[in-house]
Design a binder for this molecule. Structure first.
Ligand code: PGA
Length: 250
C-alpha cells in the first residue's frame, strides 16, 4: 500500500458524552507514534462535546469538526441552532454539511449552499456530503441527483474555497453494504468531472463514506481516486478506527 495522503473523518453523529472522551486516548497515542504516515484524522462529535474535544486534542495533530451549522452568519433568535461563528470560536476547523441525515430533515440544496458560504466565511473547511438514495440508484438517477447536489450546493463558490467532498451513497450509510469498486470508481470520476465543469473549484479531495470498517478498508484503498473516508459507526470504536488507519498504510 502506498503512503498516499488520506483523510479519516470520524462522524460520531448523536452519540457520546463526556465519558466517551477517554475512549480516544489510544487513538491520540496511535497518531503520535505514526506521525510519519500521511493522514489527517478529524473527530466530529456532537455540539455538546466540541469544546471538550478541542481542549483534549489541542496538542495533537487531530482536528475537530462540527456535524452541521445554521445557515445564518449573524446571531439571532433561532432556538436550538448554532452558527458557524460559534463553532469557529471554540477552535473547530471543519464542519460536515449536506449529510443525508440532515437532508432528510429538511436541508435543501439551497439551504446547504447558504450553510457552506457561512462556514467558509468563518474560514472553516467544509466536508460537503452528496449521494444518491437506493431508489434513485435503482432508477438510474445517480448522475442526475449528484449533479444537482453539486451544482446547487457549490453555487457561487470562489476558486480557493476549502471544500472536501464526501461521496456517501445513502443506501450504504449504516447498512454494511458498499458499492462495487467499478460503481464507486465511475461515480467518483463523474463527481470530479461535474465539479471541474460546473464550479470554480480546482483543488478538492473526494472521500468515500458509508459502512467503512476494518473488513472493507483494504479493498476500498485499492481505488486510487478515494482520498479518504467519512466514517460513522466504526469511528466510535477506537480499536476499529485505529485498525482502519493501520490497514491503510501497511
Ligand atoms: P456509517 O456512517 O459509517 O455508520 O455508515 C457514515 C456517515 O453517515 O457519515
Amino acid at each position: 500500500m502506498t503512503n498516499k495522503f488520506r483523510y479519516f473523518i470520524a462522524n460520531w453523529k448523536m452519540y457520546g458524552n463526556l465519558n466517551s472522551l477517554k475512549s480516544i486516548n489510544n487513538v491520540i497515542k496511535f497518531t503520535k507514534s505514526n506521525s510519519k504516515k500521511r493522514f489527517k484524522l478529524i473527530y466530529c462529535p456532537p455540539y455538546t462535546l466540541l469544546s471538550a474535544f478541542c481542549a483534549k486534542l489541542q496538542k495533537s495533530s487531530i482536528s475537530v469538526g462540527a456535524q452541521n451549522c445554521h445557515e445564518k452568519n449573524e446571531h439571532g433568535a433561532f432556538t436550538g441552532s448554532v452558527n458557524a461563528q460559534m463553532i469557529k470560536n471554540l477552535g473547530v476547523k471543519y464542519v460536515i454539511l449536506g449529510h443525508s441525515e440532515n437532508r432528510i430533515n429538511g436541508d435543501t440544496d439551497d439551504i446547504i449552499n447558504k450553510k457552506i458560504k457561512s462556514a467558509l466565511n468563518q474560514k472553516l473547511t467544509v466536508i460537503f456530503c452528496i449521494g444518491e438514495t437506493l431508489y434513485q440508484r435503482n432508477n438510474k438517477g445517480t448522475n442526475k441527483i449528484i449533479k444537482k447536489q453539486i451544482i446547487k450546493g457549490l453555487k457561487g463558490l470562489k476558486k480557493n474555497s476549502k471544500i472536501i467532498i464526501a461521496y456517501e451513497p445513502v443506501w450504504s450509510i449504516g447498512t454494511g453494504i458498499i458499492p462495487k469498486n467499478y460503481e464507486l470508481e465511475k461515480n467518483i470520476k463523474f463527481i470530479n468531472s461535474i465539479i471541474l465543469k460546473n464550479t470554480k473549484l480546482k483543488k478538492f479531495r473526494i472521500l468515500y463514506g458509508g459502512s467503512v470498517n476494518p473488513k472493507n478498508i483494504e479493498n476500498l484503498n485499492t481505488i486510487s481516486m478515494i482520498d479518504g473516508y467519512l466514517i460513522g459507526g466504526a469511528s466510535q470504536d477506537p480499536k476499529k478506527l485505529i485498525d482502519i488507519i493501520k490497514k491503510s498504510y501497511n
